[in-house]
Design a protein around this ligand. Sequence first.
Ligand code: PLP
Length: 457
Amino acid sequence: MTIDVKEVSEKDKRSVLHPFTHLKDFATGKLGEPTIVETGKGIRIQDAHGNELIDGFAGMYCVNVGYGRTEVAEAISRQAYRLAYYHCYAAHTTDELANLSDRLVKMAPGKMSKVFYGMSGSDANETQAKLVWYYNNLRGKPNKKKIISRERGYHGCSVVSGSMTGMRFYHDYMDLPLPQIVRTGAPHHYWGATPGETEGEFSARRAVELDQLIERIGPNNVGAFIAEPVLGTGGITPPPEGYWKAIQAVLDKHDVLLIADEVITGFGRTGSMFGSQHYGIEPDLITVAKGLTSGYFPLSAAIVGEKVYKVFEDGADKVGAFSHGYTYSGHPIGAATANAVLDIVEKDNLAGNAREVGAYFQAQLKKTFAQLPIVGEVRGVGLMGAIEFVSDRDSKTRFDPSLKVGARISKAARDRGLIVRPMPHGEILGFAPPLVTTKAEIDDIISITEKAVGSVM
Ligand code: PLP
């Protein structure tokens, strides 16, 4: 298929409202022409000019099985021919949906019971908030509604999930956050620790702060705590030592539900199937999206734990039907896609690959960049990692944001054939390649990044 690049660019500029894009700079051409992404194979995408790029970010941390998997494309096509759509309201189902749900309940960490489906991580977290409120209403605790999230957490950008997101620029001019959402400190040792404070001490302090916050609001007013096992968009930051154990104890003490937002960490990225397993977290509710279908179809899920679900079922005589759902909840093509993707994840042991190749990736990242005078921290787990650039590593002085160091390095990498992402909150370069990435491909990623850093600094 030949694409008329000029025509597509013009139509795009005329008609697409692009997310997370400076609209004036785009309209005036300062951002250049749109990149028309045409094909993908393995860990690479190709644009309409024939340029090949290594995708060091798996699209948006989602194309875990890599591009161009015929097994998945065939599963989508088969299901579309067989039954393109039917809803799952009022006890309707499909074989793919029932199989997927059974599989997710069995593979998920903790004691899970049921799966509710949406189309995006944002709407799944929106659902989680409603489930927490429903649960506490049914339990006769109508005030237990506040949801605590963390600074720098990312949970989406719809009204509730956007409020859970702990980054101001997602709120400004959008009338967020909602008052039901309360914030606690980020688990970011590098910037958050006091001088000399160890990771363990810092984690303990964060847990005490959470405890004090809950006491201040009143435990009877706090319904849930939502967090990513590994902070993602907030800077790809694994939790400091002892963090999750200390936090979980506070939540248990105050009867506060834990929502593990596994939208990035679910299905292998950390080297374990779920981030919760990697860090010994016992969630009550789990959010998954992205890796569930590797981005081949929009599908998300709120996985509901036994403790929470039992209250729903017991309350049914009182409230009637569970009145929440979307036209596309449990979409049969989404379910068929997820089953085909999870077959690959399991058959090819992609969590194992993320563990093994991830260990190599983390070692190479540290070896190549950690000692540079402009690198404050190199961090990560499995196949997700970050380099944080500072103007002076000894005094931990940040770069002047107007220098746009992260964005320039990312652009320099792209000019050399690699997509890596500049992240908010400083000059951070983020990596999250597909889980099928090999050690040789990691070498390519590291070597291009090294050249890009050298060209800018
Ligand atoms: N939760 C986490 C941890 C995410 O990283 C994201 C997206 O990046 C979301 C939720 C929102 O997912 P979506 O963009 O599919 O709405």
